[in-house]
Write a protein that binds this ligand. Structure first.
Ligand code: ARG
Length: 459
């Protein structure tokens, strides 16, 4: 079992219950790589500043590099009796190089050490997640381009609203995913501040060089206040918040695909390889993957709440409560990456049911706003136009008629401005192509956006 870093002051051994209850090695072992890289930079600095002899610094670095290699090869045997990853590595260093290992923790506390480890871990994870979001955007874009001439009925309140290009709907996903990437990148900017040297909470009386450690570890900034350095976890909260918002987007995308794949909608068919069946109903092909993505949002938001509540009543500075920030953080990061990976693949395995969708576009209520705008262009006020078209729609629904089947005389009765040429706009393509306002769904605008995104995502 790893030696306690604080045992000498104790007149008794801690209870095994205490050891088990306080240990974090089972989950913080994933920080091992960062812990060592941070320790190597720290040892280098101690040598450079002559706080420890140069040869001791070199020996410590050699020992740590050895351990790092083992960890990278997956050969390091973690000691599950250790209090945490920091103790475990310190103990292993003792075994490798002997008492000189005892000099590594000079001018350092686990309080600033753990903050450093988590920040380095987060910078890497954010890079990985934003890269995966980019790949998902590309996968969606590819699907959008392959189906760029498909028009679907758009919905508000889950009631048929107006025609839009399917690609336009898909580009909406790409837009919100872009903001998710930006949010994470933005969070990284504030994570990028090096806390080591804050020690327990007050800094050190030894001539340490914090800027040197900062540059060794590739941090943009160095923290300005030693108490803040070990007290706050806002960078974890910020990351968890950005992931929670991202998860809402991924859930809504999943919900659309779930709806679209129902018999009732029948917009898409998801390949068997991304569906599951029923143990009792032989006919079933269920979108379980998408449902689990939707369901995962619960725990991702729970993880954010968990750390928010963990932090909210803590007095400054470090408190052991903060050890419990890690399981929810790791869980959200792992879950999001898993979701992104499967969604990237799933978008390559969807077939659009073009004929079934086209049949739904015969519903002329999709064009009601187009008739309103037709009248407005001829001088009718918006309010009056809305009333006129409302009456037309009601009569047609009551009589089971189509607007396009109304005679010229019947049209005139609703408004003298309703000429027979109104029939020309009563089709999906005309309707879509009327929406030429910036950001609208007109074909030429959407094709332009597809191009812009192709360039942006491949850059
Ligand atoms: N395992 C602890 C954590 O994750 C490390 C810091 C412990 N510091 C201390 N003084 N007990 O927060």
């Amino acid at each position: 079992m790893a030696k306690k870093l604080w045992g000498s002051r104790f007149n008794k051994k801690t209870s095994v219950l205490t050891d088990k209850f306080t240990s974090s090695i089972s989950f913080d072992k994933r920080l091992a790589k960062y812990d060592i890289v941070g320790s190597i930079a720290h040892a280098k600095m101690l040598g450079k500043q002559k706080i420890i002899p140069g040869r001791d610094s070199a020996l410590i670095i050699k020992g740590l590099s050895f351990i790092l290699k083992d960890i990278e090869r997956g050969k390091f045997k973690f000691d599950y009796q250790a209090e945490d990853v920091h103790s475990n590595i310190q103990d292993m260093l003792f075994k490798k190089i002997g008492p000189v290992a005892g000099k590594l923790h000079t001018a350092r506390s686990r309080n600033d050490q753990v903050a450093l480890d988590v920040k380095m871990y987060l910078k890497d994870e954010i890079n990985e997640s934003t890269e995966l979001i980019g790949l998902l955007q590309k996968s969606i874009l590819k699907f959008a381009k392959a189906n760029r001439y498909v028009i679907i009925p758009g919905y508000t309140h889950l009631q048929v609203a107006q025609c839009v290009l399917l690609a336009h709907h898909l580009l909406a996903y790409i837009e919100c995913l872009q903001r998710d990437k930006q949010r994470l990148t933005d969070a990284k900017e504030r994570i990028d501040s090096m806390p080591l040297g804050a020690c327990a909470l007050s800094g050190s009386g030894l001539p340490i060089d914090r800027s040197y450690v900062q540059s060794q570890l590739g941090f943009k900034y160095v923290t300005q206040n030693s108490i803040d350095s070990v007290s706050d976890r806002d960078y974890i909260l910020e990351t968890l918040s950005a992931l929670a918002i991202l998860s809402v987007h991924l859930s809504r995308i999943s919900e659309d695909l779930i709806l679209w794949s129902t018999k009732e909608f029948n917009f898409i068919d998801i390949d068997f390889s991304f569906c599951t069946g029923s143990s009792i109903m032989p006919h079933k092909k269920n979108p379980d993957v998408l449902e689990l993505i939707r369901g995962s949002v619960g725990k991702i938001h729970g993880n954010l709440s968990s750390v928010m509540i963990l932090m909210k009543g803590l007095p400054l500075s470090y408190n052991r409560d903060m050890q419990l920030d890690k399981p929810p953080l790791f869980d959200s990061i792992d879950t999001i990456k898993e979701i992104l990976e499967i969604l990237i693949a799933l978008f390559g395995n969807i077939v659009v049911e073009k004929e079934a969708i086209a049949a739904k576009l015969a519903d002329e209520s999709l064009f009601s706003v187009d008739i309103v705008e037709y009248l407005i262009k001829k001088g009718t006020s918006y309010r009056e136009a809305h009333d006129i078209v409302g009456r037309m729609v009601k009569d047609c629904l009551d009589k089971g008629k189509k607007i396009s089947s109304l005679s010229s005389a019947q049209l005139k009765k609703y408004s003298p401005r309703l000429a027979p040429d109104v029939r020309r706009i009563l089709n999906a393509w005309a309707s879509v192509n009327l929406k030429t306002s910036y950001g609208g769904t007109a074909e030429k605008l959407v094709l332009k956006q597809l191009n812009i995104w192709s360039k942006r995502l491949n850059a």
